[in-house]
Design a protein around this ligand. Structure first.
Ligand code: URA
Length: 194
């Protein structure tokens, strides 16, 4: 099994796709490595690329507020992305870029050993759950695979573009909270109702 140090070194010198040539920092992940709850986005944006941390820009700030609504903060989950380097101009990562980067996410999953994986948006859901996953129709549903509980919700950037989706995303997060309880995972008390 690879260690975090081996994973970080491999990502730092990675040339599996072209994204490494235009990025500032590799963004491996953020949050608690001992958490059993993992959130997976699409790829670093501008702020993430500059700071080397996942979900620290406007979408990340909204994600923090939404997690707070169910009594969680990013120190209690682990947040990663399908691709570790920023796609230029925030375009969707290409299928070949996703495929090239997926072994790193698999290594991260083996290191974290999450019981729950929440896909943030279509790109993550199609890479992790099913290639033809329809985010609008299938978000909020749970599937158990190989001992992992998988679900998907809207990407926070989609919520920034269309705030009318926030209510549905909140319902998805409440179901995450319920699943955490059902599995008997540690959660902080006092969820704020939003
Ligand atoms: N969007 C993502 O998918 N991931 C990030 O880390 C930031 C924005």
């Amino acid at each position: 099994m690879v260690s975090w140090e081996q994973l970080e070194r491999a990502c730092a010198v990675c040339g599996r796709c072209g994204l490494g040539r235009t990025r500032t920092h590799v963004v491996i992940g953020d949050g608690a490595r001992e958490s059993r709850v993992m959130l997976v986005g699409e790829g670093p944006g501008e702020q993430e690329d500059l700071q080397g941390r996942a979900f620290v820009g406007p979408a990340g700030q909204l994600l923090d507020r939404m997690l707070a609504c169910i009594g969680l903060d990013r120190g209690q989950v682990y947040i990663a992305n399908i691709v570790k380097c920023r796609p230029p101009h925030n375009r969707d990562p290409l299928p070949e870029e996703q495929a090239a980067c997926l072994p790193y996410l698999r290594a991260q999953v083996r290191l974290i050993r999450p019981q729950i994986i929440v896909c943030l948006g279509r790109i993550a859901a199609q890479a992790i759950i099913r290639p033809d996953f329809r985010i609008t129709r299938e978000r909020g549903q749970w599937v158990e695979r190989k001992g992992y509980w998988l679900t998907a919700t809207y990407h926070p950037s989609a919520l920034l573009r269309d705030p009318s989706k926030k209510r549905a995303a909140y319902e998805d997060l409440k179901s995450l909270r319920a699943k955490i309880g059902e599995l008997g995972l540690e959660v902080p008390p006092g969820a704020r109702n939003c």
